[in-house]
Each structure stands twice: as structure tokens, then as C-alpha cells.
Design a protein around this ligand. Structure first.
Ligand code: SAH
Length: 535
């Protein structure tokens, strides 16, 4: 009999990809996605440990699911991913009703483990070695890169896909738990990455986003030849049928001239670079063990802007890091006001057990001060983002159409609820010719809202930009047919994204299983943290 899985994902793109792959592996064994936890045979949480808040969310979800487990003791509860690796036995101490605890380096074992649990084998804990738990080789081996065959059905937008370039991280920034929970940095072979890209493109994928914790540190040496990210981009750019290539996240010191030139010269590579600065002060960057000064960062930004003047650069910032003074915070504010980031993801420092900062630096900035600084930085970035977007009014932009706007989806869901037989759910309402409010992204990763027929989803179209807000642009498809949209309608389109979007990056409940598909990540509507600014 078909078994049904409910999966909920929090965290970064790595987790989104891991969930896609776990679901695809289980589907190959006959599983289907459940619409609700009530009809599920297994409920999985793919977890994040980057901030306490992400962990708290999962522990409260586990509290809620306990009631269902009491009703149906056969329900398999699984905690996957970074929190599983970090908390290990603690997960079952806090929530003894959990059956499976599987770290990110052991996900390939999930299908077998679920079968074991269903067969009455009792709870299972499968995690990788700690970073001090053995030789580097042994630790690396215990974190297996998990990249089985893909299933386009499992992506909310089959024309977009993530590809992992490397697992783990060796940067050991003082605040960050990632090297501890995702293990040593290990590159995948270029041939494997290219083969995966070709297969995805053959299945209809048009945009690929390469993901690695520090993706531009990518390095693969074989037979005396070293392949860096710039070389990989050349190989991917040559794939017929692929339209766009993006990559995240970049480490400032590894932003080489070769990489910048590749981004400038390769036609498919998006001129969008996420290069987190984290802070504006040298003293704080030193305490964070980031390995560069603000002078180094500005030098990198200068080279980048000189080579690609219109490139969209985005950053992450942490406010309220250990010992951050008002004057130090001011330097971050100054950086945001002057560096012209397209947007910034702003986080309040959250001490993480196991990190150097946790062990050696007190978390001494009061929560109210963290909140104030967070807000001040968000506001500064919003003003910069708006000014940046206003420059696009009157331009024509090529946009990859991603889907209905949030407002359109909500409207549709509401009319379906209100009257199940109303036109919104009639066949013509979802025919390819149906006009809808759609969103897409420019080559610089800016969100654009426009009215167009549904058949354009997954296609590249030109849009004339007529209006701009801090988080999005609005305009008309440039087919010369439609009348220019009146200003108030354009403003209404912009209102679609009045809250700062959280583009599939961090700290978001972006995927709950529903309707047989993981809902779309990376859209302007993903549940919003208090910490994201820009589009
Ligand atoms: N290496 C990846 C993932 C890091 S986590 C990357 O660079 O994107 C993503 C962001 O979360 C970091 O850039 C940092 O700004 C923030 N972050 C990491 N640890 C944090 C902590 N302990 N408290 C608050 N924010 C944190």
C-alpha cells in the first residue's frame, strides 16, 4: 500500500535541496506526499541550527505532532538535517516520540531507516562524526554528499534547480555552527556537476543555482589540473537549453578576478552576487574570525563594480555580535548606506553551542539593543534598495517568469474556499491563456510583477519596468499589444511585495508538503523573518 510522507523544511537552500532529494528517493520506493499530517505515515522535519529561533520552531512543531503520534502510534516521526547532527541524542531526550534522527551527512540512509522503523526495529540515530571525532579523512567520509537522481516533479518550479558544488565548510567563523553540523568542505567532481546539470536541462530545467556554503571557494584537483568556480561556470555556460546560472554564497576573499571576469563574460551567468560582509568594523570582523578587513571587502567590491558596473551585490549582516558597541554598529550602518547592496539579510546574533564565540565571547548585547539595531539597519537598507530599484524605471528587462504572485495565489485560494464552483476553479481559470498576476526575476535577481497569461511561466519574457518599490519592480510585458497599465494598478502590483521578501535563503518555513509538491521557494512570499531587507 502507498505510504504517505509529510515533510517540513526550514533553513537554507541546502536544506531545500536535501528535502527534494529525500522525497525523490522515497517516491522511487512508492511513497507519495501527504496533503496533511493527518494522512501521513511519516512526518519529517528537515532542520536548521544556524540560529536558536530555527531550532525552537522545530521543537514546538515536535510538541504538536506528539498528539498525533499518541492517536496513531504507527506514525513515524523523523528529525533530519543540521539540528539532528548538532543535538543528536538530545532530540530524543527532549522529544522521546521521535523515531529517526538523521544528520545531513547520512541522508542517503533515510529510505532504509524508515523501512527499519516501520518493521518495528525501534528508533534510530544516524549522524556523522564530530569535527574533533577522528582524522580529517574519517570525518569527511562520515559526511556523505547526498546527490541521488533528481525528480523534476518534486520542484515547485521544474524549470529551476539547485545543484550542490560542495558540502561542508572549513571557514570556522566564530559565530557559525555550519562547519560543525555540515562537516569538512568537500567538492564534487566537475564532471559530476556538469552531468547533473545536463540531465536537469534535458528534463526541462532552464535555470541552475549552484550552492555551496562558500561556493566560490570551490576547488577540485585531478591529474594536476585544478578546476575553480570560474572554470565550472565556463563548462555550464556551454550547455544548450540552459538559460541562466546563479551561484550562492560567496566568501569575500575568494572573489577572484578570474571569477569576476567569468561572471562578466559568460552570457548565461546572472550578474547577481551574494557576498556577505557580516559587519562594517575591522574589530568585529576580527572577533568574528572572518579573515578579512573592511578594506579588503571594499577592494573586492571595487574590482567587482569596475568590471560589472550594474551587478547586483547582496550581503548578510549580523547585529549585536559579542561586544558590539554603538560605534561599531554605526560602521555597519555606514557600510549599508554607501555600498549600494541590492538587499541585505540582517540577523540578530544568536549564540551557538560548539562555536568559538559561544565558548570564548559573552553574548553581552541586550536583546532590545539587537532589535533596535536590526530595525535601524533594515530601514537603511530599505532606502538603498528603493533607490536602486528606481533606477530601473523606464528600462526593459528580461525576466524568467516564476509563477503567480502571492496576491494572485491568495486570491485564487480564497475564491476556491468561498465558492468551490466559482469561475476561479473552473477549467478556463487555469487554462494556459488565463491572465494572472505573475512574478519573475531579472538577470540581476530583481523581482518583477506583471500581468500575463499563465503559459509564460517558466519562460523568458521582456518586461517594460514602469514602477519600483524597495522589494520589487512592476511593469508590462513588452509585446506592444497591451495598453500601458495605469499607475494605481502598477502600485497595486508593487504592493504584492510590500513586506521584504525572503528569497529562499534563510530562516524560513519554506516547504511544507502539500498538493504533491514542495511549495515554491525563492518567491516574494515565503514566510518572512524580521530580518530580511530587499529583493
Ligand atoms: N555559509 C552560508 C550559510 C551561513 S548561515 C552562507 O554564507 O550563506 C547564513 C547567514 O546566517 C550568515 O551569513 C550569517 O549572516 C548568519 N548567521 C550565521 N550564524 C549566525 C548566528 N550564530 N547568529 C546570527 N546569524 C548568524
Amino acid at each position: 500500500m502507498t505510504k504517505r510522507l509529510w515533510i517540513e523544511t526550514v533553513g537554507c537552500q541546502m536544506n531545500v535541496l536535501d528535502s527534494e532529494l529525500v522525497v525523490a528517493a522515497l517516491r522511487r520506493q512508492g511513497w507519495e506526499l501527504a496533503q496533511t499530517t493527518a494522512e501521513a505515515d511519516a512526518v519529517f522535519y528537515n532542520t536548521c541550527s544556524v540560529r536558536q529561533h530555527a531550532e525552537d520552531k522545530i521543537y514546538s512543531a515536535l510538541g504538536r505532532i506528539r498528539l498525533e503520534k499518541q492517536q496513531r502510534p504507527g506514525l513515524v516521526i523523523g528529525v533530519l538535517g543540521c539540528m539532528a547532527q548538532k543535538d543528536q541524542e538530545l532530540v530524543r531526550k527532549r522529544a522521546p516520540w521521535v523515531d529517526l534522527v538523521v544528520g545531513p551527512g547520512q541522508l542517503h540512509r533515510v529510505p532504509g531507516l524508515v523501512d527499519d522503523v516501520l518493521a518495528g526495529g525501534g528508533p534510530r540515530l544516524e549522524v556523522s562524526l564530530d569535527r574533533t571525532g577522528g582524522s580529517r579523512a574519517a570525518i569527511a567520509q562520515s559526511f556523505e554528499s547526498y546527490d541521488p537522481d533528481r525528480d523534476p516533479e518534486m520542484r515547485p518550479t521544474p524549470f529551476q534547480a539547485f545543484i550542490r558544488t560542495q558540502t561542508g565548510c572549513d571557514k570556522f567563523c566564530a559565530f557559525c555552527v555550519v562547519p560543525h553540523v555540515r562537516g569538512p568542505e568537500q567538492a564534487r567532481a566537475p564532471a559530476t556537476i556538469v552531468a547533473e546539470a545536463r540531465k536537469l536541462v534535458a528534463e526541462g530545467c532552464r535555470e541552475i543555482t549552484l550552492i555551496g556554503q562558500t561556493v566560490n571557494s570551490y576547488r577540485w584537483t585531478d591529474g594536476g589540473k585544478t578546476t575553480r568556480l570560474a572554470d565550472l561556470l565556463v563548462l555550464l555556460d556551454a550547455i544548450d537549453g540552459l538559460d541562466r546560472i546563479k551561484f550562492v554564497t560567496n566568501y569575500p576573499r575568494d572573489m577572484t578576478d578570474e571569477l569576476i571576469a567569468a561572471v562578466r563574460d559568460l552570457p548565461k551567468v546572472s550578474h547577481y552576487l551574494h557576498v556577505p560582509a557580516q559587519h562594517g568594523s575591522d574589530a568585529v570582523l576580527t572577533r568574528m574570525k572572518r579573515g578579512y578587513s573592511i578594506g579588503d571587502y571594499m577592494e573586492m567590491l571595487g574590482r567587482l563594480r569596475e568590471a560589472i558596473p550594474h551587478a547586483a551585490v547582496t550581503s548578510d549582516f549580523i547585529v549585536g555580535f559579542c561586544g558590539e558597541t554603538d560605534a561599531e554598529f554605526q560602521t555597519t550602518l555606514d557600510l549599508v548606506r554607501t555600498a549600494d547592496f541590492k538587499n541585505s539579510f540582517i540577523f540578530k546574533y544568536s549564540p551557538r553551542p560548539g562555536t568559538k564565540a559561544f565558548d570564548r565571547q559573552p553574548d553581552d548585547v541586550p536583546e532590545v539593543v539587537k532589535k533596535e539595531r536590526n530595525q535601524a539597519l533594515l530601514e537603511a537598507q530599505a532606502a538603498v534598495s528603493l533607490a536602486g530599484n528606481l533606477r530601473f524605471i523606464g528600462t526593459r528587462q528580461q525576466v524568467l517568469v516564476e509563477g503567480r504572485s502571492v496576491r494572485d495565489e491568495r486570491r485564487q485560494a480564497k475564491s476556491a474556499d468561498d465558492s468551490p464552483n466559482a469561475p476561479a476553479t473552473s477549467p478556463e481559470a487555469t487554462s494556459p491563456e488565463t491572465m494572472a498576476q505573475l512574478t519573475g526575476r531579472t538577470m540581476c535577481d530583481r523581482i518583477v510583477v506583471f500581468d500575463a497569461p499563465l503559459r509564460l511561466i517558466g519562460r523568458l519574457v521582456d518586461v517594460d519596468v514602469q514602477a519600483a518599490g524597495a522589494w520589487s519592480l512592476a511593469g508590462d510585458v513588452a509585446d506592444g499589444l497591451a495598453e500601458a497599465t495605469p499607475l494605481d494598478s502598477l502600485l497595486e502590483r508593487l504592493a504584492v511585495a510590500t513586506t521584504p521578501p525572503s528569497p529562499a535563503l534563510y530562516d524560513i518555513d519554506l516547504t511544507k508538503s502539500s498538493g504533491g509538491r514542495l511549495p515554491q521557494s525563492g518567491k516574494s512570499d515565503t514566510a518572512q523573518t524580521d530580518t530580511t531587507a530587499g529583493a
